[in-house]
Ligand binder design. Structure first.
Ligand code: G4P
Length: 286
């Protein structure tokens, strides 16, 4: 899903989250484990205004586990507990409730000390489009509740989803916008599929992927595409294009005359990365 974010949409999205914040105790901030900072809203601290917060690094099945550990430490250093999960299969999602409860434990203790029976902790999931909010809501609900692809501006009555007896989750997530002004962020988001290909050219996205792969995951790239040699100078665009052409040739992306169809080769590279065919790849390090 693509949302064309204009200032008006951002203001509206922000207002919608602020309305929801009044109802909840703990925020679950969903990020893409492969690109945690790039998939993060630039104003998130300001928007969430000090609400207790759990960071979830989603799609961890596609991310480099070593790099994900570094991100967990990075967020811990910022005072934010972070948990890598895989919302699609439910890996580690059972950990969410205890972590959310930890963030709310002081309130529960206070209620207990006053002799009040503590109510379920109320949580809201927020994140940029395509990060997996609806998938996670459905996973936690144990059934299909959230239509994937909620759009900001579509209002309906708020419903609570019971996650066990101890957590109530708002059924519609808070939708935040990414910080796409930064070109590198745009490339990372396009590579992971958070923004649509049409917003950048296919060859531009593939060029970014191949350059990053050669620099950080050269062996995985060679193994996937059977390339024997990788160039040294990845700042030289021609060298990167040569690798893309070699991949195209290996995969039969050829036009008449025997030239490589670079758009087709680019699509192969992008799809392979997104499907995890090159292995678990992170495109951003702390
Ligand atoms: P959103 O509400 O935040 O916009 O995201 P949504 O849940 O719609 O998820 C966006 C895409 O990310 C979906 O795939 C979804 O399956 C995928 N996804 C969510 N969580 C995970 C995860 O932990 N691992 C992986 N590998 N993928 C995940 P899609 O390509 O849009 O289509 P489809 O799979 O729904 O057919």
């Amino acid at each position: 899903m693509t949302i064309q974010w204009f200032p008006g949409h951002m203001t509206k999205a922000r207002r919608q989250i602020e309305d929801k914040l009044k109802l909840i105790d703990v925020v679950i901030e969903l990020l893409d484990a492969r690109v945690p900072l790039s998939s993060r809203n630039p104003m998130v601290d300001e928007i969430l205004k000090g609400k207790p917060r759990l960071v979830l690094l989603n799609k961890n099945d596609l991310a480099d586990p070593q790099v994900t550990s570094q991100w967990v430490k990075y967020f811990a250093d910022l005072g934010l507990p972070a948990l890598p999960i895989d919302a699609a299969t439910g890996t580690a999602t059972k950990e969410i409730l205890p972590r959310v409860k930890q963030l709310w434990a002081h309130k529960i203790e206070r209620q207990l000390s006053k002799g009040i029976n503590p109510r379920a902790v109320r949580a809201l999931i927020v994140g940029i489009p395509n990060v997996g909010k609806s998938t996670l809501i459905n996973q936690l609900a144990g059934k299909k509740i959230a239509a994937t692809g909620d759009k900001p501006g579509v209002t309906k009555g708020q419903q609570w989803i019971k996650v066990g007896t101890e957590m109530d989750l708002l059924d519609t997530p808070g939708i935040l916008w990414p910080k796409f002004e930064d070109q590198m962020v745009g490339q990372r988001l396009a590579a992971t599929g958070a923004i649509k290909e049409e917003l950048l050219h296919l060859d531009e996205i593939a060029l970014f992927i191949v350059r990053y792969m050669v620099q950080h995951y050269g062996a995985a790239l060679q193994e996937r595409f059977g390339i024997t040699e990788l160039p040294e100078d990845m700042d030289n665009v021609h060298e990167v294009v040569k690798v893309m052409e070699a991949i195209g040739r290996k995969r039969g992306a050829i036009v008449s005359g025997g030239k490589v169809d670079l758009d087709k080769a680019s699509l192969i590279i992008i799809r392979d990365l997104r499907a995890g065919k090159m292995g678990r790849i992170s495109l951003e390090k702390p």
